[in-house]
Structures are given as C-alpha cells and as structure tokens.
Write a protein that binds this ligand. Structure first.
Ligand SMILES: C[S@@+](CC[C@H](N)C(=O)[O-])C[C@H]1O[C@@H](n2cnc3c(N)ncnc32)[C@H](O)[C@@H]1O
Length: 326
C-alpha cells in the first residue's frame, strides 16, 4: 500500500500545491501577525501545531493538543488540514505517514522533524522518572498539553510557569477548548528576573518532594546567563531525586534560526535566538559540563541528527538532582 500511496500522493500534491501554499500562508499569517497583535508567542504556536500534526497522523496521542490548537486566536487548524491534505490522503492509503511527519532514529533525525523527535524523546524521559516524582513543573509551558493528558493519572501535583500574557491567553483557550485546568497551578514568572523562583516557592510547590521539571523549547530563546541562573535556581529549590528534562541546541540549529528571514520573523513577536551548545565535538562531554556547572549529574540523554556531517542539531537531556535511584 505504501507504493500506491506514493503513486497517488505525487500527482495529488502537484495539483493541490496552490491550495497548500495559500493555506500555509494563512497559517503563517495567523501565527505571526495575530501573535504580534495579541502580544503572544509565535514559537509556542509552532510547537503545538507540530503536536497537532503528530496526533492527526497517528504518530503521538495528544487529544488535548488537537483541541487546544483549534481554540487559539492566533492559529488555523483548517489551514493546517488544507496544507497537509495530500499527505493525509497518502497516510490513509498507506496506513502510516509517508515523507512527513516521521519519527527517525536519533542519529537520522532532522530539523524538519524536530517537534516529533523532541516530543517522543521527552515523553520517554518523563515516563522513566514519573514513578518517583510527585510534582510536575512545566517551565515556559506555552501551549504544552502534558498536564491535560495521560500524565494526570499519575497523581502528580502539576504546575505551569510562563509569562503572564501567554498564560492568560492559554487559560482562555483551554476554556474554549473544553479542557479542564482546575488541577494545574498556574504561576506567572519571567526567567529574566533573578528571583522568578520565589513565585513557585510561595505556591503549593513543596521543595521536599521529588519533582520532574520540564524545560522544553525554552533555553533556545534565553541568553547563557539566564540559562545557567535558571538551572541553578531550580536545583536550589529541588529535593534529591528530582530531575530537569530539557532540550538544548547546537550550532546547526542556531545558524538556521539566525538566518535573516527567520530572525526577522521571530523579532516580530519579540522572540530571539539565544543559548546554544557546541554539539559537534564531544557533545556528551559538553552536556555533562553544563550539568556539573549548574550542580546536576547528567542522566540519560539523546543527541539528535548525529549522522549529519555537521553533527547533532539538538540534545535532550535529564539533569538529575542528587542521586536518582535507577
Ligand atoms: C517555543 S515555546 C515552548 C512552549 C512549551 N514548552 C512547549 O514545548 O510547547 C517557548 C515558551 O517559552 C516561554 N518563555 C520564553 N522566554 C521566557 C521567559 N523569559 N520567562 C518565561 N517564559 C519564557 C514563552 O512564553 C513560550 O511559552
């Protein structure tokens, strides 16, 4: 069936191309211009659209992302459907996605599949640690939907931290999407403020309990000083056995994101590329050095895209506080 899917997909995609281009332009317009107008994050929409796509194509279950993506004022899931329609037909025929979206092995991962690869590896790391943790803190939560899915069955106290405007807009969209956030403690913070952690400490958060901190898709937009200070602050308010699960980016990704057009697009919503790591030579040592410098032990990690001649573009790592039992 995969061959038949390709035979139908190629001419369909050619005929459909004008619709795909118009629909993708509409999605981009909503994502960039409406985010700018509303003072929201365009990168958060980019990520939830990746998770929406993964769900629609059967790559990863995320019903909440499907619902939330459709309830955002700065997004168009109809536009996404129209853009991806030929690939959806091909997936229907083949019984699995062809070409896009895909989930390659770590070494073969590409920037085009970044969100799919990242979500899957992070899900696996959360699964590894969640039997020991009783709190789950999403740092720079944006439109992340982990607190509204299967993780809710693990009885962890849940926290989402982000900038006030982003968080208010998310809560409004959650209500429109019919997703219940009553169990989530929403905390307004800005990592650029050195005392951001006080808001967490004075909430229902208990520093004596083992906690999973998820810091996904955020360090890239901060400078090195803030990344180091934030990791240090988290460690200081964490019980031994806690873990920070985070993604970090290599030069390959930074160079792409810093290209003029992308830089200009990001600047429209006051977002910019900041922190990166040298993932080309000795990436494991580089990650371990960051973990040690900020007071952690490097746990499991993934290096994505190592088959490329320029090395990995992304690392996903667990930074452990004190001893984490195996
Ligand atoms: C690309 S989004 C990722 C969102 C989410 N972690 C996910 O994976 O879906 C980046 C998020 O980081 C947040 N962020 C960026 N800079 C921040 C800062 N200085 N303080 C707090 N949050 C920040 C943005 O508001 C946005 O929600």
């Amino acid at each position: 069936m995969t061959q038949i899917a390709w035979i139908i997909y190629i001419p369909l995609q050619i005929i459909w191309l004008p619709v795909s281009i118009l629909a993708a332009t509409w999605v981009g317009y909503k994502q960039i211009w409406h985010s700018r107008k509303l003072g929201l994050s365009q990168t958060a929409v980019e990520i939830i659209n990746g998770r929406w796509t993964a769900h629609i194509f059967g790559l990863r279950d995320d019903f909440a992302a499907k619902q939330l993506a459709a309830a955002l004022p700065n997004n168009s899931t109809l536009g996404l459907r129209l853009t991806l329609f030929p690939l959806m037909v091909a997936k229907f025929i083949a019984g699995h996605p062809i070409l896009y979206p895909t989930l390659p092995d770590d070494d073969q991962a590409s920037i085009a599949n970044l969100v799919f690869s990242r979500s899957a590896r992070i899900d696996a790391l959360i699964k590894t640690y969640c039997s020991q943790a009783t709190q789950f803190v999403v740092l720079g939560a944006g439109l992340d939907t982990r607190a509204y899915g299967p993780l809710t069955t693990h009885n962890m106290t849940m926290f989402e931290l982000d900038q006030p405007r982003i968080q208010k807009s998310k809560r409004d969209a959650l209500a429109r999407a019919g997703l219940n956030g009553d169990h989530v403690h929403y905390i307004e913070i800005d990592f650029a403020q050195p005392d951001w952690h006080l808001a967490l400490r004075t909430s229902a958060y208990d520093p004596a309990r083992k906690t999973i901190f998820l810091w996904e898709g955020v360090s890239l937009y901060l400078n090195a000083g803030i990344v180091h200070a934030t990791l240090n602050s988290i460690r200081q308010i964490s019980a031994p056995g806690s873990v920070v699960i985070a993604d970090f980016y290599g030069e390959r990704m930074l160079n792409l994101a810093n290209k003029t057009a992308m830089k200009h697009t990001l600047s429209m919503t006051d977002e910019q590329i900041g922190f990166g790591l040298d993932l080309k030579t000795g990436p494991g040592d580089t990650l371990a050095a960051l973990a040690v410098a900020t007071g952690y032990k490097l746990g499991r990690y993934h290096l994505m895209g190592t088959a490329h001649r320029k090395g990995a573009f992304m690392a996903i790592a667990a930074f452990e506080v004190g001893d984490v039992p195996a």
